[in-house]
Design a protein around this ligand. Structure first.
Ligand code: PLP
Length: 410
């Protein structure tokens, strides 16, 4: 290896809290990721089946037979990949239809697909903002928003998590300087499941003339009467934000991202967002599967999302009964805060030993020193699954003396 490359790699790996040093990430999955998963955990010789709480496959749409048939049909028609940038020959009729139906679903004029949720965020912000402009975001916002601002050369300012007073102050300061500012909002925070107070954040942004951008990755399919996401949850019209993004990799079980908004803005992104222009489109069979999933969501989303939220609330109640401070969030994500990051992996491993898979969350996903055990409830979980998992959480936390540090009791 080139010595400079080796030096770089060694320096990056030196940090004690480097994710690789925990030795648990990148387990090897050998089944679908629904309520059950078969995987080989790091350090184990063979795969085992686990009760799965680590995946945002909230509605298990990817496991529906209608979706499987749509994917198989698309495979016959188009083959595996898009093989080209959308601007050249990688924009298939199935992409066009998916964009139109996503726009319709969100009540937007138009929508544009990106290869991933990450590139939808990063590509949009990088295309829209440059030197002299600013992006303001919650410190718990997604890294892809940061990446986009950084790539475009805009100044990035974080405000303390959910601190709208600081947000107001920051936006006010930029407004005084007469700069173009974009407020990058998160509908549902991926690490905690908290729902952003969107009406308030939007009101502050409007007061200071900031562009509003909403990342609704964990809200579409979960929140709102018709499962349309956090704007519907708050009764806001679709034009309440300037641009709205979500991913196809969570409730829609596929891969890819999209941005919806005014047609002129969408057309601007088609030609200016390098992360879209310089990359092959979503494989057509995946787009076809997501399109079928979206049609199911439009027909059945209301009932599915209601049932999902009820399951998540039930799981929160069970965790609280076990002694955790884990109030229901209103979304499908629950997170048990672990004040001592050193306990995250022992509890995670103890849960694995009992056949339960959750997400161990450590820096840089959360501030250094603290950690979380994050659980995503899905429609595929039965009440019994939730009860089994909550019992396992309680047993493991007691075994690792976690509950004492959380509540003062064992
Ligand atoms: C809030 C948020 N935004 C964007 C993304 C990126 O989506 P994708 O995984 O589809 O690239 C994620 C995924 O983890 C996310 O949690």
């Amino acid at each position: 290896m080139h010595p400079a490359l080796e030096k770089k790699i060694r320096a990056a790996g030196a940090a004690e809290t480097d994710l690789a040093s925990w030795g648990v990430y990148y387990p090897v999955v050998s089944s679908s990721l629904t309520a059950r998963v078969r995987l080989r955990a790091r350090g184990e010789d063979s795969p085992r089946q686990y009760l799965n709480f680590s995946t945002s496959n909230y509605l298990a749409l990817g496991q529906r037979p209608e979706v499987a048939s749509a994917v198989a049909r698309a495979m016959e028609v188009y083959g595996l990949g898009a093989n080209s940038s959308p601007a050249l020959s990688g924009y298939y009729d199935v992409h066009e239809t998916l964009e139109q139906e996503l726009a319709l679903f969100h009540g937007a004029e138009a929508a544009v697909l990106f290869p991933s949720g990450l590139s939808a965020n990063a590509g949009t912000l990088a295309a829209l903002l440059g030197k002299g402009d600013a992006v303001v975001m919650d410190e718990a916002g997604h890294g892809s928003l940061y990446l986009g601002a950084q790539t475009g050369g805009a100044e990035i300012r974080f405000y303390r998590h959910l601190d709208h007073q600081e947000l107001d102050w920051l936006l006010g300061r930029f407004a005084e300087e007469g700069r173009t500012v974009l407020l990058a909002m998160i509908g549902v925070y991926s690490m905690t499941g908290e729902i952003e107070n969107l009406p308030r954040a939007i009101e502050i942004a409007r007061k200071h003339g900031a562009i509003t951008f909403l990342d609704d990755a964990h809200a579409v399919g979960v929140l709102g009467q018709e499962a349309r996401g956090s704007m519907e949850h708050f009764g806001l019209p679709s034009g309440a934000v300037d641009l709205h993004m979500s991913t196809l990799s969570k409730s829609l079980s596929g891969a890819g991202g999209y941005v919806a908004g005014p047609r002129a803005a969408v057309e601007f992104l088609r030609f200016q967002a390098k992360m879209l222009l310089l990359s092959a489109s979503i494989p057509p069979p995946v787009a076809a599967g997501c399109l079928e999933g979206l049609r199911i969501l439009r027909r059945e989303g209301s009932g599915m999302a209601r049932e999902l939220r009820a399951k998540a609330t039930y799981f929160a109640e069970l965790l609280c009964k076990e002694g955790f401070q884990a109030p229901a969030t209103g979304s499908a994500i629950l997170a048990v805060r672990v004040p001592d990051e050193g306990k995250v992996i022992p509890v995670y491993r103890a849960l694995l030993a009992r056949g339960v898979l959750v997400n161990p969350i450590l820096y840089p996903a959360v501030p250094r020193g603290e950690g979380r055990l994050r659980a995503a409830v899905t429609l595929a979980h039965s009440r019994e699954d939730l009860e089994t998992a909550a019992r396992a959480f309680g047993e493991c936390a007691r075994e690792c003396s976690l509950l004492r540090s959380l509540t003062g009791r064992t």
